[in-house]
Write a protein that binds this ligand. Structure first.
Ligand code: FAD
Ligand code: FES
Length: 511
């Protein structure tokens, strides 16, 4: 069947978003003052706002789009402390004590989510699962053996196996018991419900665009209104405000692709990730009385590598080789950031901004790391300390002085002003679905003709720090290879550090 599936017949749609309605919180329409402001309504922001509200603080959560529609709405949603092969590396790089903190934080996060789901009776398809890292290649067998020993030494229930219930042979696997999976947006929307009221708010369609700072700290939103707060959590995935923390030099974005597949056979249960980069991550999700099998893979640095459509094609092939696929109702992709040592940055943003906190760099393991981050930041704000502060401390790897003197975010990148650029004769030959880049008066212009024949023109100089954007044919977006900002073909911000849309070609190309 997969040979005949046209995975591009429908636009990308995350199953998690399609299966949940947006409650529709209001936008900020006046200046407000609260105890704590949270920028970004993904897993980290919503969990942190929920926890601070439980501590009787007044909280304002501001979200540029709709809550849970960022990476959290495009994840695989495995709830596990098994983050591929990490523990032997952690012990070697940061020592036993910090490796133990990492393990404990993530194991605690699993229990925290499970208890919250039980106590609040959250209907989010939560189920306990065993988690597996598997390999089909001999070269990973020894690493898996070492990883089992390392994880077990840190107190995790870890086991070595030579087979799994997957419908293909593996060379080795590591199993963690008492792990889980859920529907991430159902969970998030349930937590969010408890935030508004008693002086606390959720504001959607409210982008933080400027950070005048001070103490209390002032945030200016796109509509010009301000949020003033004693404590601020920057939970915008890439830090929308980095202060003097130079995060753009300390994290990098990596994308991956997901298919939700219908198959003749039943998924055997469990949550899986391949040790080797070319392998797949697998789980199932209940859907309409049946199930979907979620197949994830094709990782690459944002804005780099082969045409993005190839990653979907490879994944369709991989799904077809693994299961008797009868349909692929959903496909989507997403990105996450990775830090220099693969441990997230969670804690005070920088030495100068001690009452501003950050949580970023989850390396595609942000469900437990992100929950642990929210718990850690709540503890820092309420108690001034956390048992996991040392391992996640963002102050490690402070940027090289060379980087500090380099161009900074928001610098004037000499982009052209909005308005009609000169004619681009080659554009006339562009067929529907095609894109091209032209140089006009020394400026790079990206053109895309949509299926209805409309031409969209934008200047493809990234508004973050001036890198040149690259066309992403699978998602119809202009993506930045430097720090992962992404823009629609009309120049609107989709994600990443950019705070301004792209300069456009005015109405000339969009009559
Ligand atoms: C393909 C893929 C699969 C994954 N699978 C797993 C998995 O199985 N298990 C796991 O543990 N982790 C997984 N992850 C990682 C995990 O999903 C993420 O780390 C986590 O969801 C990140 O949450 P977040 O709250 O930091 O970011 P987001 O969910 O992206 O939320 C950030 C929010 O901030 C908003 N925002 C941005 N800028 C501003 C601004 N200036 N003003 C206001 N709001 C702003 C955005 O609109 C967004 O809603 C996966 C990641 C990917 C890419
Ligand atoms: S230059 Fe930083 S995201 Fe584009």
């Amino acid at each position: 069947m997969t040979g005949t599936v046209d995975v591009f017949a429908k636009p990308p749609q995350s199953y998690w978003l399609t299966s949940t309605a947006s409650p529709g919180y209001p936008a900020l329409e006046k200046d407000i003052k609260v105890d704590a402001a949270v920028v970004g309504g993904g897993l980290v922001g919503v969990t942190a706002a929920y926890l601070l509200k439980q501590e009787n603080l007044t909280v304002a959560l501001i979200e540029a789009g709709r809550i849970g529609q960022g990476t959290t709405g495009h994840t695989t949603a495995k709830i596990t402390s098994q983050h591929s092969l990490i523990y032997s590396k952690l012990i070697e790089q940061v020592g036993l004590e910090k490796a133990r903190q990492y393990a404990e934080a993530n194991e605690f996060a699993i229990t925290f989510i499970e208890n919250l789901v039980k106590n609040k009776m959250i209907d989010c398809d939560f189920s306990q699962q065993a988690a597996y890292v598997y390999t089909r290649e001999d070269q990973y067998i020894k690493r898996i053996e070492e990883e089992v020993k390392a994880a077990a030494g840190l107190g995790i229930k870890a086991f070595y196996q030579e087979q799994t219930a997957l419908p293909f042979a593996v060379r080795a696997a590591e199993r963690f018991d008492n792990q889980a999976q859920f529907h991430p947006r159902k969970y998030l929307l349930a937590l969010a419900k408890d935030i508004p009221g008693g002086g606390s708010h959720i504001f959607e369609q409210t982008r933080a665009v400027d950070f005048p700072g001070g103490r209390p700290f002032v945030i200016t939103t796109g509509s010009g209104h301000t949020v003033t707060a004693d404590n601020v959590i920057i939970a915008s995935h890439f830090p929308a405000y980095g202060g003097s923390g130079y995060y753009f030099a300390r994290i990098y974005p990596e994308r991956a692709y997901a298919l939700a597949v219908e198959a003749k056979e039943q998924f055997p249960g469990g949550i899986y990730v391949a040790a080797e980069p070319a392998g797949a991550s697998l789980r199932s999700a209940p859907h309409d009385g049946g199930e979907l099998i979620i197949v994830v893979g094709g990782r690459h640095r944002t804005g780099q590598g082969p045409p993005t459509e190839d990653h979907y094609r490879n994944l369709v092939q991989l799904a077809g080789q693994t299961f008797n696929v009868t349909g692929i109702p959903f496909r989507w992709s997403a990105q996450d950031y990775t830090t220099l040592d693969e441990i997230p940055y969670v804690g005070p943003l920088s030495n100068r901004d001690t009452h501003v906190y950050v949580a970023t760099g989850f390396r595609k393991w942000g469900i437990t790391n992100g929950t642990a981050a929210a718990l850690l930041l709540k503890d820092l704000i309420i108690h001034g300390e956390s048992p996991w502060a040392a391992v996640y401390d963002p102050a490690r790897f402070m940027a090289d002085p060379m980087i500090k003197s380099a161009v900074s975010p928001g610098a004037d990148i000499a982009a052209p002003k909005s308005g009609a650029p000169p004619e681009i004769p080659e554009a006339a030959a562009l067929a529907p679905g095609e894109s091209m880049v032209a140089t006009v008066e020394g400026k790079r212009v990206g053109l895309y003709r949509d299926d209805r024949g409309r031409l969209h023109a934008v200047y493809i100089t990234c508004t973050h720090m001036g890198c040149e954007l690259v066309w992403n044919g699978a998602e119809l977006s202009w993506d930045c290879p430097c720090h992962g900002s992404r823009f629609t073909c009309e120049g609107e911000i989709m994600e990443g550090p950019a705070l301004k849309p792209l300069h456009t070609g005015g109405d000339r190309y969009n009559p």
